[in-house]
Design a protein around this ligand. Structure first.
Ligand code: AP5
Ligand code: MG
Length: 215
């Protein structure tokens, strides 16, 4: 299965992509996670990207398109994937169409998580992330078993540098201005599955399974 996971910052893309990846045995490809990995490695790409990410702005399209192109050419992506956070602009969507056409592939579903703005702000203000595996927790809704450490690898959890309230508000605005319209790019293909994402994580997961015909 080839899926795109879309939705505003804090809508639950990472949380649900991770669960689907475990269920379906296909890789979770998050452009945000790939960028943060470059930042932590201190590469030139990472250092350049960080200036955009810390402001809550988008990293330039050519960087993102090359990143996804490289990742989709890895062997584990041949049998399917869940792309989380790409495409975010019409230029990226056009580039993905071309990449998939060249590979003889197509997207099976675009999952769009709809969550009210106040709820996304609440979720991001309580989020903690594992810098090793990038798993997200929420200190009220989905706390780690051991206080402030990742359940999977024991790494101390951190607050993402772009989760400061002012940056969150800017990220939400950038999404509304630049990405909300990208969904229309896929509307004509009837692959868009809009999911009401305002419910418990288990319930949203069930809704996604149902929309994909997996329930
Ligand atoms: P990215 O890392 O993708 O950030 P984002 O899109 O802003 O989304 P988030 O990761 O913040 O939220 P999420 O939807 O994954 O929510 P999560 O599951 O964690 O991108 C970061 C930056 O990289 C961008 O700002 C940009 O600079 C750059 N970038 C990335 N891709 C790019 C691209 N294609 N083009 C250009 N630039 C790009 O959940 C959030 C919290 O809520 C967690 O605490 C979770 O536990 C909790 N939660 C989740 N679901 C529920 C629920 N149902 N009920 C209660 N709590 C829940
Ligand atoms: Mg995420």
């Amino acid at each position: 299965m080839r899926l795109l996971m879309a939705g505003s910052p804090g809508s639950g893309k990472g949380t649900h992509s991770r669960r689907l990846s475990d269920c379906l045995g296909i890789p979770h490809i998050s452009t945000g996670d790939l960028l943060r990995e470059q930042v932590s490695l201190g590469t030139e790409l990472g250092l350049n990207a960080k200036t955009f990410m810390d402001r809550g702005d988008y990293v330039p399209d050519d960087v993102m398109v090359n990143m996804i192109k490289g990742r989709l050419s890895e062997p584990d992506a041949e049998k399917g994937f869940i792309i989380d956070g790409f495409p975010r602009t019409v230029t990226q969507a056009d580039a993905l169409d071309k990449m998939l056409a060249d590979l003889g592939q197509s997207i099976d579903a675009v999952i769009v998580l709809d969550v009210p703005v106040e709820e996304m702000v609440r979720r991001l203000s309580g989020r903690r992330t594992c810098p090793t595996c990038q798993r997200s927790y929420h200190m009220d809704d989905e706390p780690p078993a051991d206080d402030e450490r990742c359940n999977d690898d024991g790494t101390p959890l951190e607050r993402r540098s772009d989760d400061e309230p002012e940056t969150v508000r800017h990220r939400l605005k950038v999404y509304a201005d630049r990405t909300a319209g990208v969904i229309e790019h896929y509307d004509t293909d009837s692959v868009v599955k809009r999911i009401n994402g305002e419910a418990t994580i288990d319930e949203v997961h069930r809704r996604i399974d149902e929309a994909l015909g997996m329930a």
